[in-house]
Design a binder for this molecule. Structure first.
Ligand SMILES: CC(=O)N[C@H]1[C@@H](OP(=O)(O)OP(=O)(O)OC[C@H]2O[C@@H](n3ccc(=O)[nH]c3=O)[C@H](O)[C@@H]2O)O[C@H](CO)[C@@H](O)[C@@H]1O
Ligand SMILES: C=C(OP(=O)(O)O)C(=O)O
Length: 441
């Protein structure tokens, strides 16, 4: 499918949208079900592409995945787990990064894994070296093959002492999913502690895993021979919530995001308020609105949790084009996450990207020639343009810019947005956006 969205911008988005379970948790909780001895139930599952991809991959491996047609809850039964042909796995892997997390659970369930080359957003090189090092520490044998890697563990997985060079979310999850049923104790230093990582730990604890998170980014896991099942309601998607919040500001609108969770978004909410965005925090969601008047520019750097999440950066940059003065954004998580600003410049934004670290702390990318700092001058009037959606958040940012702009924009490649934004065109419609969608097979 290659759908085309034609947006007539300039309409303030106003109304209510609901967010469900987080894209960065739900597929991983689905993978965790493979570690259990009985059927698990996952609630609050969004209808997004990454969930479809993992459903297909699990089914290929013999896991029964059933969706309740009324609630959307998933039941995942791993009792008949089996091997799958590498060509089939490759054909079902889609544009997702989740397949790499099947390694530990598949080794525990069936003794081997084939992992195809990964998809995901093109926002940097995105190597998997930490993952492979982690697996080798557990005693796995990793073979590079055309189109992917094959992994086995002739002597089973054994607990290990591991230190990550950077608090990678995926590598931390790789450790959790491999160590819970490994023999012995695992000590992980330099772990990521994002809310989605903690929610995955909650899922594993429900299954019977013994995991303790220390205050210094160390995680202890005592391996157990068997895990049971879980029933779990996925935490809400804080990244989708932040995207709608940015859309409200950039279009001078007013959006109540039902399901948005204050606890997981505190850093974002502070920044939003400093920028001049209006907030009303309720038990069941958060209202984000433009209170009128001007927005204040700010200096911001992305970081691992509890810092400012990198996935919030791209949508917020569109709102910064409307602030009164110069804002600076230093991206320290991905080396190449400002490519999306090319299209914003074509739409009238004034944004320069720099190789230097324009932040309080020099990051890993400062000496390596990456355009990873942005200087945004505003306010600038945006005008419509033709856009080809490059990646998930960059693409959503382009849509926000088109919605805020004067005139007509035409966006191709919008299906990428479905990786992480559930029913986004229905939500745009509910918010009063003026657009047409041409679905192409
Ligand atoms: C599906 C999912 O949950 N995706 C999220 C996850 O991605 P993901 O888990 O892929 O991101 P990581 O936290 O692993 O990546 C952080 C940094 O570590 C580097 N790195 C990572 C692994 C590795 O083996 N080698 C290596 O060098 C990456 O290139 C990047 O510079 O966390 C990111 C950081 O919060 C988010 O932006 C993504 O939305
Ligand atoms: C980078 C992202 O996702 P992924 O890791 O799935 O590519 C994202 O959600 O912004």
């Amino acid at each position: 499918m290659s759908s085309v969205l034609t947006i007539r911008g300039g309409v303030p988005l106003s109304g209510k949208v609901s967010v469900r379970g987080a894209k960065n948790l739900v597929p991983k909780a689905m993978v965790a079900a493979l570690l259990g001895s009985g059927p698990s139930v996952l609630r609050n599952v969004p209808e997004i592409k990454d969930v479809e991809v993992v459903t297909s991959l699990l089914r290929l491996h013999g896991v029964r995945v059933e969706r309740d047609p009324h609630t959307g809850d998933l039941t995942l039964d791993p009792q008949d787990a089996k091997s799958a042909a590498s060509a089939d796995i490759d054909a079902h892997a889609g544009d997702s990064r989740i397949p790499i997390l099947l390694c530990g659970p598949l080794i525990h369930a069936i003794g081997e894994a084939f992992i195809p080359d990964l998809g995901g957003c093109r926002i940097g090189d995105r190597p998997i070296d930490f993952h492979l090092d982690v697996l080798r520490h557990f005693g796995a044998v990793v073979d590079k093959r055309p189109g992917g890697i094959s992994i086995s563990a002739p002597k089973g997985l054994k607990g290990a002492k591991i230190a990550l060079p950077y608090p990678s979310v995926g590598a931390t999850e790789q450790v959790l999913l491999s160590a819970t049923r490994a023999e012995g104790i695992t000590e992980l230093r330099g772990a990521a502690t994002e809310p989605e990582v903690i929610d995955l730990i909650a899922v594993l604890q429900k299954m019977g895993a013994l995991i303790s998170v220390q205050t210094d980014r160390t995680i202890w896991i005592e391996g157990v021979p068997e895990l049971g099942s879980y029933t779990h309601k996925a935490l809400p998607d804080r990244n989708e919530s932040a995207s709608w919040a940015s859309a409200a500001l950039a279009t001078r609108g007013d959006i109540f995001v039902e399901g948005a969770s204050q606890r997981d978004m505190m850093t974002f909410l502070n920044v939003y308020r400093k920028l001049g965005g209006g907030l009303q925090i309720e038990d069941d969601g958060i209202r984000f609105f433009h209170p009128g008047g001007t927005l204040s520019p700010l200096v911001l750097e992305t970081d691992v949790h509890p810092g400012f999440m990198t996935d919030w950066q791209q949508p917020l940059v569109v709102a910064l084009t409307q602030a009164d003065g110069v804002s600076i954004v230093h991206e320290t998580v991905y080396e190449n996450r400002f490519g999306f600003t090319d299209a914003l410049r074509r739409m009238g934004a004034t944004i320069q990207v720099h190789r230097e670290c324009l932040g309080s702390v020099p990051c890993r990318f400062g000496q390596r020639n990456f355009l990873h700092s942005a200087v945004i001058s505003g306010p600038t009037k945006l005008h419509g343009a033709d856009i080809d959606i490059p990646d998930l958040r960059g693409g959503f940012s382009h849509l926000i810019a088109a919605l805020a702009a004067d005139g007509v924009s035409r966006a191709t490649g919008v299906d990428i947005i479905k990786r992480g934004y559930e029913h986004f065109t229905d939500k745009l419609q509910a918010l009063g956006a003026d657009f047409d969608l041409e679905e192409r097979a």
